[in-house]
Design a protein around this ligand. Structure first.
Ligand code: GDP
Ligand code: ZN
Length: 387
């Protein structure tokens, strides 16, 4: 049965190239970066230095991409492939535009929302006006970004709508929070060079609430954003903006930019004890001194060095209450998932009996069935690749 998804992604214009010529060339290992994932297919953009000369010549300066499957041996060892992964590709079919990922190189960072490997930096975009800058919301995004341990670059867009006094106010205020924001106006092309400089050579994921100008910024930074490269339709992977979708764009100055809405809903996931480390201004206090109690949550504990009159202490307290509530609800649901269940008999006696093991006796739920089907569908695609 033809795979409709496979047909949908097969829009690469193949290189006009003599495959035999390349097969005779000792090409060594082909390395590239996964720039987009669709179903179980991966777009890999190659590092030119690893490409055979004949391929480089045929590409005439364009980026070289192949649509790849994942070797089933990778699946067997549970090796996932994510956007941002550096991979080695085997059996490249340059004329057909296909290949197979044979190895995933070690990652230096990993995000789960959006699912992305090797991000170096988070570019957090807010606006000085329209929508008005809301401090708790900004804090929440900053804390979320800090919790990933990936470095954060904060920029404030729409400075054309803010008075110089307002701009100074926010610059000074954020300096107290531990950040040096880049001021930006995409409309008046102010600050774009500074941002490009900051992004060059890095893999950056863009984040921020809607309406602040993220898409405008992306379009300004990458003029060819809708025409990714000569050979691939840019529309191909656009319009699939689910929170799980992520796609990397090459910057003209070098470096990659990820456009993903997945990072725009900052559900904090810090534990009550780790939360404080997501505030740079509190980290500074803790570097200088330690609280009397090692498990201090910095509320009313004696000998606390964090509690104090810093602006975001209030935000810390809001997020702390959330983290505590999240942790207790997690613990409650974990306790409910014990291996036994209580049953009251006809005589009113409560007895405890073991739960049935899901695998052996319980009918799979609808959702599990769906997941199984999806798994089969994905496997189907992978069988085609052989090994
Ligand atoms: P996104 O939701 O973050 O992707 O924001 P968009 O890029 O869609 O922009 C939202 C609105 O802000 C649009 O009407 C843009 O034209 C406008 N906008 C973007 N950048 C600027 C800017 O620098 N100044 C002003 N005044 N408006 C801007
Ligand atoms: Zn403390």
């Amino acid at each position: 049965m033809p795979n409709p998804k496979a047909a949908e992604v097969n829009v690469i214009a193949p290189l006009s190239i003599d495959q035999g010529q390349i097969d005779h060339e000792d090409s060594g290992s082909l390395c590239g970066t996964v720039i987009a994932v669709q179903a179980n297919y991966y777009w890999v953009q190659f590092e030119p230095s690893t490409l055979p000369v004949a391929v480089l010549t045929a590409a005439q300066g364009d980026d070289v991409l192949l649509l790849c499957t994942r070797r089933s041996r990778l699946k067997k060892i549970g090796q996932q492939v994510m956007v941002g992964d550096r991979v080695q590709v085997e059996e490249a079919d340059w004329a057909g535009g296909r290949g197979a990922i044979g190895q995933v190189l070690p990652r230096h960072s990993e995000l789960d929302r959006p699912p992305m490997a090797n991000a170096d930096q988070i570019l957090l975009v807010f606006a000085l006006a329209e929508p008005a800058l809301e401090p708790v919301q900004l804090s929440r995004f900053l804390v979320k970004a800090e919790s990933t341990e990936i470095s954060v670059c904060l920029c404030l867009n729409k400075c054309d709508l803010a008075s110089p006094a307002d701009q100074k106010h926010w610059g000074d205020r954020l300096a107290q929070w531990g950040y040096t924001p880049l001021l930006l106006s995409v409309h008046q092309t102010v600050g774009l060079d500074a941002i490009l400089q900051n992004l060059s050579g890095k893999t950056t994921v863009v984040s921020g609430p809607s309406g602040v100008g993220k898409s405008s910024l992306l379009n300004a930074l990458i003029p060819a954003v809708d025409l990714r490269v000569g050979t691939v339709s840019g529309k191909l992977l656009r319009g699939r903006h689910t929170t799980r979708h992520v796609e990397l764009f090459k910057l003209p100055t070098g470096g990659l930019l990820a456009d993903s809405p997945g990072f725009n809903q900052p559900d904090l996931d810090c534990t009550p004890t780790t939360l404080i480390h997501c505030f740079p201004e509190a980290r500074r206090r803790l570097e200088g001194d330690a609280c009397q109690f090692s498990n201090c949550l910095h509320r009313d504990e004696p000998g606390c060095v964090v509690r104090g009159d810093w602006e975001r202490y209030e935000h810390y307290r809001i997020f702390l209450e959330e983290a505590i509530a999240r942790q207790s609800s997690f613990e409650r649901s974990r306790d409910a998932e014990t291996t036994t269940k209580q049953k009251s008999g006809d005589d009113g006696q409560i007895s405890t009996e073991p739960k049935l093991e899901a695998k052996k006796y319980r009918r799979p739920s609808r959702r599990t069935e769906k997941q199984l089907l999806l798994g089969l569908y994905l496997e189907e695609g992978e069988k085609d690749e052989g090994d």
